[in-house]
Design a binder for this molecule. Structure first.
Ligand code: ADP
Length: 269
């Protein structure tokens, strides 16, 4: 998108020429467009769970229900309220990341148990998908913020489920190589068009096509992922084939026995 200003240039009150200023405002235009899309997405994303909470509470207040029904409705209300909380936490996280006030409490984190924990929770929520965890070793330690790493894996594994059909498999491969650990999360989902890949980590960005519009989201998850990876001196890359599936691979510095000892020593000093 090019913005053009033009102005006559005068010399001795005589029109001398025309000055054209061309400015490439593609970036500003795209950000503006994403912002307005974001406002409508957010209102929709907040309204949907709230509508369920209100609808089911109203039903419970106005009708005498069998206990099984009551439990079922209460479970829905609980899940939707959790969804709302997660959404609001995402907004707050993005805001903290932007103002540089996000804090990290780092310590030794054993990766395989937290990956198993994230998969267990996803398995309960996404009943129809299958999950595989493949690891080269059970003992892979990084120095990081456990809650933030859980959030990072949760966002990626949740996306793998969300953007793939029921019954799809999600494979999580953890591999140590030299001084790094690679965590690859692979799905059999809708995939990502090539031209979208380098925009994925921009906040508010969502792939815009008919497959996607049916799936809810705010476009914040991956911007949070990117920030957490960066704060752990890691890297993230995406391989994807449209309509075949995607693989998100993260690498993090691995704590070797040597580095753990060194850190212990530094802590004691
Ligand atoms: P959200 O899922 O809320 O839209 P994210 O920041 O997590 O936001 O993801 C940004 C966009 O990247 C998504 O809207 C989707 O278009 C695309 N995306 C992310 N993960 C996947 C995946 N595993 N498969 C296909 N598309 C994905």
């Amino acid at each position: 998108v090019i913005q053009v200003y033009s102005e006559y240039v005068y010399r001795n009150r005589q029109r001398f020429g025309v000055l054209f200023v061309h400015r490439d405002i593609t970036k500003e235009f795209e950000v503006d467009q994403m912002k307005s899309e974001f406002v409508s997405t957010v209102s929709h994303e907040l309204r949907t769970p709230l509508a369920s909470v209100l609808g089911f509470t109203e039903l419970m207040l106005n009708k005498t229900l069998r206990p099984e029904r009551q439990t079922k409705y209460l479970n829905t209300i609980y899940q939707e309220a959790q969804r709302l909380t997660a959404l609001i936490n995402d907004f707050l996280d993005v805001q903290k990341m932007e103002s540089g006030t996000q804090t990290y409490h780092k310590n030794y984190v054993d990766l395989v148990p937290i990956l198993k924990q994230v998969v267990n929770v996803q398995q309960i929520n996404a009943g129809k998908h299958t999950f595989d965890i493949i690891t080269s070793s059970e003992n892979l330690v990084v120095f990081g913020d456990e809650d933030k790493l859980i959030q990072l894996f949760n966002n990626l594994i949740h996306n793998a489920v969300k953007y793939s059909p029921d019954g799809g498999n999600v494979q999580i491969k953890v591999l140590a190589e030299h001084d790094k650990v690679y965590i690859a999360i692979k799905d059999e989902g809708i995939g990502i068009p090539e031209e979208a890949i380098n925009k994925l980590f921009t906040k508010f960005y969502r792939v815009d096509n008919s497959d996607m519009r049916k799936i809810g989201g705010t476009g914040l998850g991956l911007s949070i992922v990117k920030e957490i990876v960066k704060s752990h001196q890691g890297e993230i890359k995406v391989d994807s084939e449209w309509k075949k599936g995607s693989t998100f691979t993260i690498s993090l510095p691995l704590m070797t026995t040597h580095s753990v000892e060194q850190l212990d020593q530094e802590k004691e000093e």
